[in-house]
Design a protein around this ligand. Structure first.
Ligand code: ZN
Length: 133
């Protein structure tokens, strides 16, 4: 894995949380994007090499709705950039790890993404992402 690409934070309202994080970072969100297939509305902040992704649910069935229901707002996932997402999926599957879905799908911010199942990863939801070139 190359680096931590971003940290995802589940929020109830991007309208409200954008103001809060803009204040904390002293920097505005550079991009807002809805990914309907993932049930998320996202807002991204760039801080040097690092990014923060705010995630708001777009519908009650969204994984973000379920996360907030169960655990409240907070850190939802850590995303790691990889060079070849299919190779990484194969490598980790061979090692016995499970994915939520082992077929990469299109995520926000021009990335192919997939998630390891948090049951295997000490309760941390890990996203692998690869830039679409
Ligand atoms: Zn993410």
């Amino acid at each position: 894995m190359l680096k931590i690409e971003h940290i995802g934070i589940a929020v109830k309202s991007i309208a409200d949380s954008d103001k809060l994080f803009s204040l904390i970072f002293n920097n505005n969100s550079y991009k807002k994007e809805t990914v309907e297939s993932q049930g998320v509305f996202t807002s991204f902040f760039q801080l040097g090499e690092s990014k923060i992704e705010l995630l708001e649910a777009t519908n009650p069935e969204s994984p973000i709705s379920k996360f907030i229901e169960k655990r409240g707002e907070g850190i939802h996932h850590i995303a790691f950039e990889v060079e070849d997402i299919n190779n990484e999926i194969e490598r980790l599957k061979l090692a016995g790890l499970q994915f939520i879905s082992d077929i990469p799908s299109r995520g926000a911010d021009n990335k192919m993404i997939c998630f390891l199942h948090p049951k295997n990863t000490n309760g941390v939801l890990i996203e692998l992402c690869q830039e679409i070139k």
